[in-house]
Design a protein around this ligand. Structure first.
Ligand code: FE2
Length: 399
């Protein structure tokens, strides 16, 4: 019985455009004005609107509604009488008015019924004009072809009229079906394009949020400021030398920017400690790739980047953070390990001055095969020596 009642109310309530709902919140009974006696009865009429949160049935909401037909906003109390989830964090709520002035109620309903009627009229007008247009075109085509058949005497004897009639009907039907299919297909393509664009925008927006976090993290510490951007530039230079594809480069770019995002959870007193870390502190630092992965895990489009970030501190001798066999570590992680170390060495640290470029390169060469991938070290050393492209601490952000 309850379901039946909810269904009836859903149909009855006109929809309020969310842009007209200035605000809503759970009504605090403690603030109930003396002239309002709130009862459990629901006054006649209500409306529905979309919002991002769900409320239990019976919750009293305080609403402020703006109508284009008047200058001031309307205030009302409504009770949630039905709710329905329509998407992730999206709900339709049916509100029945508990307390609203008679005049205000009239205004809301006259506006909403006018608005709904206009929408319905415009939809019907559009539908009729489109359908009629299609029928006219199809009939014209069928008519012309029928005339042509008569002219060339395609149908002899008594079968003549019946055949023409059948041909006309079939042609009109086919014409309509073809027209409909074509329009549906075009509509589908447009919708698909819009969806792709929206998805791309959403991805970029998510990624930019995380990127901002990563850059904000670095900017707290003058010693690591710009580190991720420089690491990304070096990693892309190696990718270029290895002739990796554009897709692979895009993944390296993302992973380079985000590789140390997990450090956001580490206390500054450890990250900026001007002395050797204790065993306990080192354990915390070693956890940053795992934390980084858990931060970006909800972003499903960064799946490849997750593995690269997780394993950017593995070593060729298998004694890295996770002790992974080196042949199972992605190429991009091995690139990051080298360029990450190079930038760390050529930057000042609270406890030491920066290495010179030749010193840092020699250090990479010295650790070939134990810490680093020998082939990539050779490529990187050759690139730095020939191009001289070494970024200083001034290089803070990628374009
Ligand atoms: Fe790292």
């Amino acid at each position: 019985m309850k379901m039946k009642s909810n269904f009836r109310e859903k149909r009855k309530f006109p929809r309020l455009d969310s842009s007209l709902l200035l605000y809503y919140q759970v009504y605090n009974r403690a603030d109930l004005p003396k002239d309002i006696s709130l009862t459990s009865d629901v006054s006649e009429g209500g409306l529905c609107f979309s919002c991002s949160e769900n409320f239990e049935l019976g919750t009293i909401l305080e609403l402020e509604i703006r109508l284009p037909t008047r200058n001031t906003s309307l205030k009302a109390l409504g009770k949630v009488v039905w709710s329905r989830q329509t998407g992730p964090s999206k709900y339709d709520l049916g509100i029945s008015f508990v307390k609203i002035g008679e005049e205000e109620k009239k205004e809301i309903f006259s506006y909403l019924s006018l608005f709904n009627r206009q929408k319905k009229d415009s939809f019907l007008k559009n539908f009729h004009s489109k359908s009629w247009e299609r029928i006219k075109i199809s009939l014209t085509i069928a008519f012309l072809i029928t005339i042509y058949f008569i002219e060339i005497k395609a149908f002899p004897g008594t079968a003549h009229l019946i055949s023409q009639f059948i041909v006309t009907v079939i042609l009109v039907g086919l014409g309509l079906i073809w027209w409909q299919e074509r329009e549906s297909h075009q509509q589908l393509e447009k919708t698909s394009e819009k969806l792709n664009e929206a998805e791309k925008e959403l991805r970029e927006s998510y990624f930019n949020t995380i990127k901002t976090l990563a850059l904000a993290l670095e900017s707290r510490d003058p010693y690591t400021k710009g580190h991720s951007s420089r690491v990304t530039e070096y990693a892309l230079a190696v990718a270029e030398q290895l002739r990796l594809s554009e897709d692979e480069k895009a993944v390296i770019k993302n992973a380079g920017i985000l590789h140390d995002i997990g450090k956001i959870s580490i206390n500054d007193s450890i990250l900026q400690k001007p002395a050797k870390l204790t065993e306990e502190e080192y354990k915390i630092v070693r956890n940053h790739p795992d934390i980084g992965v858990s931060i970006i895990k909800p972003l499903s489009f960064l799946k490849k980047e997750r593995k690269i970030i997780l394993e950017h501190h593995e070593r060729a001798d298998g004694k890295g953070y996770h002790g992974k066999p080196f042949d199972e570590v992605p190429l991009s992680s091995r690139i990051l390990t080298i360029v990450d170390s190079f930038d760390a060495m050529t930057s000042d640290r609270p406890y030491r001055k920066a290495f010179s470029v030749p010193e840092a390169l020699n250090e990479l060469i010295r650790n070939k095969g134990t810490q680093f991938d020998p082939k990539i070290v050779d490529i990187f050393v050759k690139f730095i020596r020939s191009s001289g492209r070494v970024y200083s601490a001034e290089k803070k952000e990628l374009s």
